[in-house]
Design a protein around this ligand. Structure first.
Ligand code: AMP
Ligand code: ZN
Length: 467
């Protein structure tokens, strides 16, 4: 399996540190608002990477954090007059709902930065002892960037270029060098803080991920991932911290997704040109969003547009309709041996599975993998018929479903009740009540509740809403 490694800027053969296991860390969102569809891209992409490893039989330990202490969270808490934890807990819960809608599996562990402060203090102490960090007069602790010889190896920047970029900036306070970055900073009035040997304060962002990765995955991990904006400085600084503290190569492979754009401009909260996942869910099933994200290679920029979403919806419907048809054919399929012709169809399906796997093994080319699924659907539509044997129908259906599942596409169609069906059930329930058949009346209420239909008795009769 080939993985493009940002460190070497090459596709490399994937060799796990421990046979059969993958330890992977994906930087998660800062939780001060609903996530936007740009944030959804790494979630969907790396969930698919995880699913493919699992399909290949690997045991994946997948860790993805929530950054729950940050200036933006504090600002929002001040605006609302609540504790920062109220904001972060609210948006973690909302983020998890969006993840479920996009069929992103929960991580093995979702650590919270605020629960890992102890480990951060320990790592900072180690860095100070080794001379990689120092405390400034006001209690801030800085990383001594120039001391780490490999600094710049991930972003392929050298210290001179970085220095040139800083030329205009004066060294502030008692920071030794412009390039030094913050590991721990003193609290400001009204901010959450923790006690430490240096001052009451809070950690810098980069140390959080170094520590959470170490805690849940160990000193050496297989894959570290996130959006390409994180390469510098976030991931570069994580490497400097972890490798100086642990004396090991931190991560073997670094994977970065390209940005999701809108009108060919970067989608970001600061530019204000973004959609939240929740907004999209009002118009589309989030499965469509997932399918759209996977329609491009993860290292290619992807432009969000209504046309592309419509095209994704149509593509998805084509697959789901084919699977539904195969399900119907199963009921009439005959139990007999495969004919020669059917064996040929089976072979063609096997070739398409190989094509799909070859695409995924080439640095997770989901766009080509989806093409293989479309070819399979086309073959199923033309070559699997009413008179086909059960063995063939089952084989084709299971194969399409398995390959879709690796992409996180749910092939079972949700059985939604139509308005007319709901009204008929409500009428039947009213009649059952009149007949004093309360068991049936309750049963109908429960059936409706399971489908998310809420009933309310009013003076004008029974009203219903979808939950
Ligand atoms: P943040 O909450 O800004 O730290 O972002 C969380 C994750 O979303 C990081 O991996 C970012 O790189 C990623 N991300 C943010 N905006 C975009 C975008 N427009 N396209 C792709 N990834 C993004
Ligand atoms: Zn991170």
């Amino acid at each position: 399996m080939k993985v493009f490694n940002t460190l070497s800027r090459k596709k490399e053969e994937f060799v796990p540190l421990e046979p059969g296991k993958v330890r992977m860390y994906v930087c998660g969102p800062t939780v001060y608002n609903f996530i936007h569809i740009g944030n959804a891209r790494p979630m969907i992409v790396f969930d698919t990477v995880r699913r493919y490893f699992e399909y290949k039989g690997y045991d994946v330990n997948y860790v993805s954090n929530f950054t729950d202490v940050d200036d933006k969270i504090i600002k929002k808490a001040v605006e609302e007059g609540v504790d920062a934890s109220v904001i972060s807990e609210r948006y973690i819960a909302e983020c998890k709902k969006d993840m479920e809608g996009m069929n992103v599996k929960p991580a093995t562990t979702h650590p919270l930065a605020t629960q890992e402060i102890h480990g951060m203090i320990t790592m900072i102490e180690t860095l100070i002892e080794k001379g990689y960090a120092y405390r400034a007069e006001d209690g801030t602790v800085y990383y001594r960037t120039r001391k780490f010889k490999d600094y710049g190896k991930l972003s392929h920047k050298n210290l001179e270029d970085l220095q040139a970029g800083h030329r205009e900036i004066k060294v502030v306070g008692d920071k030794e060098d412009d390039l030094d970055f913050v590991l721990w900073k003193p609290k400001k009035e009204g901010e959450p803080f923790w006690e430490s040997p240096w001052c009451n304060g809070r950690p810098g962002w980069h140390i959080e991920c170094s520590v959470m990765a170490k805690h849940y995955l160990g000193d050496e991990i297989d894959i570290h991932a996130g959006g390409e904006d994180l390469i510098f400085p976030h991931h570069e600084n994580e490497i400097a911290q972890s490798e100086a503290a642990n004396d090991r190569e931190f991560s073997k492979y670094w994977m970065h997704n390209a940005f999701l754009n809108i009108d060919n401009r970067k989608m970001s909260k600061s530019l204000g040109n973004f959609f939240t996942v929740r907004e999209i869910s009002e118009k589309y099933d989030l499965q469509v969003l997932r399918f759209f994200m996977l329609s491009a290679h993860y290292r290619s920029p992807l432009n969000f547009s209504a046309e592309l979403m419509e095209a994704s919806k149509n593509g998805l419907v084509r697959i789901l309709t084919a699977v539904e048809r195969l399900g119907e054919l199963l009921s009439s399929a005959s139990d007999r041996e495969l004919t020669e012709e059917e064996k040929e169809v089976q072979n063609q399906i096997k070739e398409l599975v190989e094509k799909y796997e070859a695409a995924m093994e080439d640095d997770f080319n989901t766009a080509d993998a989806i093409s293989a699924v479309f070819e399979m659907v086309k073959l199923a539509n033309t070559s699997v018929k009413e008179e086909s044997s059960r063995a063939l129908v089952e084989y084709v259906k299971d194969t399409v479903e398995t390959l879709c599942d690796v992409l996180g596409i749910i092939t079972e169609t949700k059985e939604e009740l139509l308005d007319a069906e709901i009204e008929a059930l409500i009428e039947e329930r009213q009649q059952a009540r009149k007949d004093k058949n309360f068991a049936r009346a309750d049963e109908i209420r429960d059936t409706l509740a399971e489908k998310g239909i809420l009933l309310k008795d009013t003076r004008e009769g029974v009203k219903w809403t979808r939950a």
